[in-house]
Ligand binder design. Structure first.
Ligand code: NAD
Length: 277
């Protein structure tokens, strides 16, 4: 299998472009799923306090026998912990649950513009502390629209290394991705398979037949060729292995465009301007 490429972030740190997401994996299934992913060659795990499985992710990492430096680990600040003191406590608790002394990447999970008097800036400044202390090697945001990113730009010092946003062939997000590219913010595409919704699409099925790959592999390859970072989720060993087996083929520019043209601006998750956690 060809190696997973790294993406270099705006602070020089490198992140594997493909990882493993653990949202909606039950705690009792997490050690097995993450162990299967690590055995299959994944070296990047995306979790969050909200997912309730940080402890099990940590357990799978310890059982793998891999060195800490070989695995890239992201977690995210919970929606109930945006006040600076709460954020400090939550960050410590995430580290403790995972059994780690640093995270590779820590994100504000949602901007929550209707809560905390719309103040995500003091939350971001608290993440800047974790970065300066070296306890978060990179910091970033998730579900941030350009107007929130502009505010951070004007009122804080560090530019987020990533913005983790919902992207799939039915929600291509090209405007927001363009804004992030202009500001050296890497895009992480969450729910890259649209939680399975895009896998029945006839155009994607045709391209998959031509490439002798599965629809899931074609969609993940489309993300990779657009430059986004992805971490598909599955608890099924064969799918976990299938989703990493995407580095031995390529889509033509026309195929990438044909998939991008499927855009319907259709979200599977909440609208960040309205979501209150
Ligand atoms: P996804 O797009 O990765 O889809 C997962 C679902 O697709 C699986 O449950 C399974 O039903 C199906 N699937 C997976 N592989 C398949 C295959 N090879 N063939 C057929 N079907 C397959 O959805 P997700 O889990 O919601 O997103 C991935 C990750 O993104 C999450 O685990 C999490 O880490 C992250 N995420 C972040 C946010 C955020 O707000 N930051 C929100 C949602 C998800």
């Amino acid at each position: 299998m060809t190696a997973i490429p790294d993406v270099t972030l705006n602070n020089g740190q490198q992140i594997p472009q493909l990882g493993f997401g653990v949202f909606l994996i039950e705690p009792q299934d997490t050690v097995a799923a993450v162990s299967t992913a690590l055995e299959a060659g994944y070296r990047h795990i995306d979790t969050a306090e909200m997912y309730g499985n940080e402890q099990e992710v940590g357990e799978a990492i310890r059982r793998s026998g891999l060195e800490r430096g070989e695995i890239y680990i992201t977690s995210k600040l919970n929606n109930d912990a945006h006040e600076p003191d709460d954020a400090r406590r939550a960050f410590d608790e995430s580290l403790k649950a995972l059994g780690l002394d640093y995270l590779d990447l820590f994100l504000i999970h949602w901007p929550l513009p209707t809560r905390y008097d719309g103040d995500f800036v003091s939350t971001w400044r608290t993440l800047e502390e974790f970065y300066r202390e070296g306890r978060a090697r990179s910091i970033g945001v998730s579900n941030f629209q350009p107007h929130y990113l502009r505010r951070l730009h004007g009122e804080s010092e560090i530019i987020p290394a990533v913005n983790q946003i919902e992207v799939n062939p039915y929600l291509t997000q090209d405007e927001l991705r363009g804004f992030c590219a202009e500001h050296q913010i890497a895009v992480e595409a969450w729910s890259p398979l649209g939680r399975g919704n895009v896998l029945e699409d006839p155009e994607i099925a045709t391209i998959a037949r031509r490439a002798a790959k599965t629809p899931a592999q074609v969609v993940l390859r489309w993300h990779i060729q657009r430059g986004d970072i992805v971490f598909p989720k599955s608890v099924t060993a064969s799918r976990i292995r299938e989703n990493i087996d995407i580095f031995d083929f390529g889509l033509s520019a026309n195929e990438v465009e044909a998939i991008t043209a499927l855009n319907r601006n259709e979200r599977t998750g909440p609208n960040p301007d309205k979501f209150a956690g």
